[in-house]
Design a protein around this ligand. Sequence first.
Ligand SMILES: [Cu+2]
Length: 310
Amino acid sequence: MAMADEAQKYSVPAGARAGRVAARVMAITITLAGLLAIAAGAARAEQHVFTVTSERKRVSIGAGMTYDAWTYDGAVPGPVLRVKQNEDVTIHLQNRTSEAHGIDIMAAQISPKHFSGDPTGAVDYSFKASVPGVFDYHCSAIPVLDHVASGMYGMMIIDPTAGWPNGPAQELTIIQGEFYGKPNDKGLVVADHTKMLAAEPDFIVFNGALSRYGASSPIEIKTGKLTRIFFVNAGPNLASTLHISGVIFSTVYQSGNPANALHDIPSFSLAPGQGAVFEFTITEPGDYRFADSAGAHSYKGALGIIRATP
Ligand SMILES: [Cu+2]
């Protein structure tokens, strides 16, 4: 299961923060200049540095099939990047391929010229995570359609400064994506640009693979506790309408922003590139089917099982 706190391994180690705090405390006994320095330090936002690589990788996409993907860090989707609101974020994208790649994080309010580098060069930029929410990120190299359809997408979570209004929860991260092409006799799905342009995917998946959350590998949660799903529809072409059979979402935060709260919603649609946070509490134990409500989408793979136990 893609637990959201796995993202913390990409963040600044807690020890580094503790060291900075200790340094500030020692300075208190010195001079006025020292005190001013302390004030400046206190105002400085936490800095999160994420180093991500562009890599070609043959990945499993479920049902015995593989795909020659373009990836971040060798996986589809890429890593969950998680910070707190108002923290400073620096992105280092190291390119381990021979073609151009980039990374467009939809939480970054800066010139898009920063998102792509030279064909084989690195990409480096910084921004302030000023708006809370759950955001899509994706490759910015041309054609973007092919790069996203080939696996270059992921999720950034920006936790609100005041925390989530409904408090702690069991958290999940789910990204919906599409694959275009038929498998050959070895199960290798060959990318089909014509189908990408026609917006006719052969497979629609949660977190990169068909049947990732089937009956033999469901998402496991506890009854009676709030569950919070951070969800992004990476597309690149089709809408996603998340529904969990037997569940009405108590709260949906459009774009994952607590300022955009909706209540008692049974299903909710997201265009490509959009995200939302879904909250609910299951009381009765059982297997709960979650799916894209568009029948053709769940038929092509956008479904899974949430298993709730006491
Ligand atoms: Cu790319």
